[in-house]
Write a protein that binds this ligand. Structure first.
Ligand SMILES: [Zn+2]
Ligand SMILES: [Zn+2]
Length: 676
C-alpha cells in the first residue's frame, strides 16, 4: 500500500482544509520533537500554528500499531478527529520514520513497491537512493543499451529492462503526494529503495527528456475533472457558458462563468457520476412547490449498488410531524452529488448529510486511489457485479467504510427515519419500508462438528433474538446483516472478509485428510480471535496442569525486554493467548486450560527483582532500561536469582546490539563466558 497508516489516519479523519494546513505546518518546519519513548511508541511534538504565533503540544501514543494509535492536541479545535497540528505532527513523524530518524531499525526494501521522495528527475538524488555500485552499473549499461518503454502516459512509465541476462519490468508513477511509486519484478536490492533496473529507467528518462518529464505526460483531463467535480460536473457535461479553463504555467485553472452554480460543499473529487439514473425520483415525487421552512432527513438502506460492498445509504427529505416521529408528506430523494440547500435542516441532519456524502462511491474510489500503490488504475476499471475484486481492494474498501457506517449505526439507533428499499423496487416513498439500525455490533462465531466423515465449520452469529447462520442474511451484501427489518453491522472490518470466506452456504467442509493442517493453519488462529466451539470433535481437556515459566530476552531500542513464556505439558503459550488453548494431536484436540493466577504469580516474582521494570500493557512483557540492567551488577544477580528459581533464560545471544554496546563491561564478558 502506498500510504503509510499514519498518513492514512490524516486523510480519513481530517477535512481537506486541515490536510492542506497540516502539510503547510510540516513544510514550514513548525514541528519539533520534544519527547520520544521508543518502547511504548509514544512521541510528543511542539507544533507552531501556521496562522498565529501559538504553540501547541501534540501527543502521539502507540504509533507503531494502527490499531492502538491515539492522538491528543492541546488546541481547542474539535470539528473533526484530526486538527491541523495533529496532521502536521503526523506528516512530520512519517517523514522521520522514512528517513530513519527515530530508533535504529534498518529498513529492508522490497522492490515490488518502494516510494521515492523526489519531485523532479535528478542524478544527485538517484545516486543517493541507491548504492554507488548500482548507480555506476546503470550508467555503464546506458552507454550501449536502452530500456524498452512499453507505456508512458498519465505520469506513469512502464518499461522492460534486459540486464545481465534477465528481463525485468519496471513501473514508475507519480502519486497523489507528487512523489514516485516505483516497482520492479526483481529482488536484487534490499538496502536501497532503487534497484539497478529502476535506476536505468530513471536515468534514461532524464537523459532523453529532462527533469520535468513526468509533468509532460500528465493527464490534465484528470485534473480538470477533479476541479469540475467540486461543482458536481465533469468534462462529459456541456460546460458552455458555465465554466472555462485558463492556463498558467501550463496548468489548468477553473473559472466559473455562471455565478448561480454553487459548489457541492464536500468535494467528491473523483469523476464518478451517479450510478442509477434509472432509479432516480419518479414523477410523482418530484418537487413542484417551494420547500417548507423545515425538513427532516431520512436514511434509506439500499442494496442496488453495483460496486463492492453492494450496499449504499441514500437520503430522502420530507416534512415531519410535530413530535418528529414520522413523515407527513411525500419524501424526495436527494442527489448527493449536487448542491443541496442545508438551511432547511437541523444541525444533526446537516452533520448526517456530511457523513453520508463521505460514503459515496466517488469518495470510496478516491480513497482507493490514494491507497493503491499504482493509483489511477482503479479509475479505469469499471467493476462488473460478478467480477470479484482482489482481497486487498475489498479490505481497503471495508477499512474505509466500516468505521463510518458503524458511527451512523450508533447515532441512528432507535431513529424512526430509517428505511429500507427492497431490491428491484423503484425509489418512491411508497416503497420505503421502516427499518432499524442496531447498535449491538455482531461478531461471527464458529461451530465445528464431525459428521459423515467430514469436519464442518458452521459460521454463525448471535443476535438478541436468537442464533442464525450467516447465510440467513436477508440481503446479498455481507457488509451488513439483515434480520427482518433490523440491520446489524460487524464489530471489526476484518470480520467482513472472514465471513465472505464462508459464503454462500455459511459452512466450510474440511476433509479428514486436511483436518490436521486446517486445524493448525486456520481454526486455531481463528480461535484466538473468535469464539470457536467444538461440538462432537474428540478432545482431551487438561485442567490442572502447572505452567512452567521461562524467559525470552529481546532487545528493543534502549530497553531489554523479558518476555515470559509458559510451558504446559510441552506446549508453549505466551500471555497474549486465550484462556483455553487448543493443540491438535493426531485426530483429536488437546484443550489446555491455563492457570492464569499461577502465571501472574510467577511473573510477579520476576518483577520483584527490580523496581525499575516497566510493563507496557500491549506488549505483555517486562522491560528494563539498558543502563539499569548494567548498573550495580544487577544483570549478574538476576541470572543467579532465576537460576535458583529454576527459570531458564534464553535469547541473550540474539541481543547483538546490547552485547556490542555493553560488552566492554566486565560483568557481561564474564556472563557470556559463564554461559558458553
Ligand atoms: Zn490542534
Ligand atoms: Zn529491479
Amino acid at each position: 500500500m502506498a500510504l503509510p497508516y499514519l498518513v492514512k489516519h490524516i486523510y480519513n479523519n481530517a477535512t481537506e482544509e486541515v490536510i492542506r494546513r497540516g502539510k503547510k505546518i510540516h513544510a514550514l518546519g513548525n514541528v519539533e520533537l520534544i519527547e520520544h519513548d521508543d518502547l511504548m511508541g509514544n512521541v510528543i511534538f511542539r507544533v507552531k500554528d501556521d496562522g498565529y504565533v501559538t504553540f501547541y503540544k501534540v501527543h502521539i501514543e502507540q504509533f507503531k500499531d494502527p490499531k492502538t494509535l491515539s492522538l491528543r492536541c492541546t488546541c481547542p479545535y474539535n470539528l473533526s478527529e484530526v486538527c491541523r497540528h495533529k496532521a502536521g505532527a503526523l506528516f512530520h513523524l512519517q517523514d522521520m520514520l522514512d528517513k530513519n530518524l527515530l530508533g535504529d531499525k534498518e529498513t529492508l526494501y522490497d522492490q515490488k513497491h518502494t516510494v521515492v521522495k523526489i519531485k523532479l528527475l535528478d542524478l544527485k538524488l538517484f545516486r543517493m537512493l541507491t548504492s554507488t555500485e548500482t548507480y555506476d552499473k546503470g550508467q555503464e549499461y546506458l552507454r550501449s543499451n536502452t530500456a524498452n518503454l512499453l507505456e508512458a502516459k498519465n505520469e506513469r512509465v512502464v518499461a522492460e529492462v534486459d540486464f545481465e541476462g534477465e528481463n525485468h519490468r519496471v513501473v514508475l508513477q507519480k502519486n497523489e503526494e507528487r512523489n514516485f511509486d516505483t516497482s520492479c519484478t526483481c529482488s536484487s536490492e534490499t538496502a536501497h529503495p532503487l534497484c539497478v533496473h529502476k535506476v536505468i529507467v530513471f536515468q534514461q528518462l532524464l537523459k532523453n527528456h529532462g527533469p520535468a518529464y513526468f509533468d509532460s505526460i500528465r493527464n490534465w483531463d484528470k485534473e480538470k475533472n477533479k476541479l469540475l467535480a467540486l461543482y458536481g460536473y465533469s468534462l462529459d457535461d456541456d460546460l458552455k457558458n458555465k465554466f472555462e479553463f485558463t492556463y498558467a504555467d501550463g496548468k489548468p485553472f477553473l473559472r466559473v462563468l455562471d455565478m448561480s452554480i454553487k459548489r457541492v460543499s464536500l468535494n467528491p473529487a473523483a469523476n464518478l457520476r451517479p450510478v442509477h439514473s434509472e432509479l432516480m425520483v419518479t414523477a410523482a415525487d418530484t418537487l413542484s412547490e417551494p420547500l417548507p421552512a423545515t425538513m427532516k432527513l431520512g436514511l434509506v438502506i439500499t442494496f442496488q449498488q453495483l460496486q463492492y460492498p453492494y450496499t449504499q445509504f441514500e437520503l430522502v427529505q420530507g416534512e415531519a410531524d410535530e413530535s418528529d416521529s414520522k413523515y407527513i408528506s411525500k419524501t424526495v430523494k436527494l442527489d448527493l452529488t449536487k448542491f443541496i440547500n442545508t438551511e432547511v435542516f437541523s444541525e444533526d441532519d446537516k452533520m448526517l448529510l456530511q457523513q453520508i456524502r463521505k460514503l459515496m462511491p466517488s469518495e470510496v474510489s478516491r480513497y482507493l486511489n490514494r491507497n493503491s500503490p499504482f493509483s489511477g488504475i482503479w479509475e479505469n476499471i469499471i467493476q462488473q457485479h460478478d467480477d470479484e475484486l482482489p482481497e486487498e481492494t475489498r479490505h481497503l474498501i471495508n477499512e474505509y467504510l466500516h468505521p463510518k457506517f458503524k458511527k451512523i449505526f450508533t447515532e441512528l439507533n432507535g431513529n424512526p427515519f430509517v428505511f429500507h428499499l427492497s431490491n428491484n423496487k423503484s425509489f418512491t416513498t411508497a416503497n420505503l419500508e421502516q427499518a432499524s439500525l442496531s447498535d449491538q455490533f455482531i461478531s461471527p462465531e464458529f461451530e465445528i462438528s464431525y459428521t459423515n466423515n467430514q469436519y464442518i465449520v458452521d459460521c454463525r452469529i448471535k443476535l438478541p433474538t436468537g442464533e442464525l447462520n450467516i447465510s440467513d442474511n436477508l440481503n446479498d451484501s455481507h457488509f451488513l446483516f439483515q434480520h427482518e427489518q433490523q440491520f446489524f453491522i460487524w464489530k471489526k472490518p476484518e470480520d467482513i472478509l472472514l465471513v465472505e470466506k464462508f459464503l454462500p452456504t455459511g459452512k466450510l467442509v474440511i476433509e479428514p485428510e486436511n483436518w490436521s493442517k486446517q486445524l493448525q493453519d486456520f481454526i486455531l488462529p481463528l480461535s484466538k480471535e473468535y469464539g470457536v466451539h467444538f461440538t462432537n470433535v474428540k478432545k482431551e481437556e487438561v485442567k490442572d496442569a502447572k505452567p512452567e515459566l521461562k524467559i525470552l530476552l529481546k532487545e528493543k531500542g534502549e530497553y531489554l525486554l523479558f518476555q515470559p513464556i509458559f510451558n504446559y505439558r510441552g506446549y508453549d503459550v505466551t500471555n497474549t493467548d486465550k484462556e483455553k488453548i487448543f493443540f491438535p494431536i493426531a485426530d483429536k484436540l488437546l484443550v489446555i486450560h491455563r492457570n492464569i493466577a499461577l502465571e501472574q504469580e510467577q511473573i510477579r516474582r520476576i518483577e520483584l527483582l527490580h523496581s525499575g521494570f516497566v510493563k507496557p500493557a500491549e506488549l505483555n512483557v517486562l522491560a528494563l532500561k539498558g543502563k539499569d540492567v548494567l548498573k550495580n551488577n544487577w544483570f549478574f544477580l538476576f541470572i543467579d536469582a532465576v537460576k535458583e528459581m529454576n527459570i531458564p533464560v534464553f535469547g541473550f545471544d540474539k541481543c547483538v546490539g546490547f552485547k556490542r554496546k555493553r560488552c566492554i563491561k566486565k560483568q557481561l564478558v564474564l556472563f557470556i563466558y559463564r554461559c558458553s
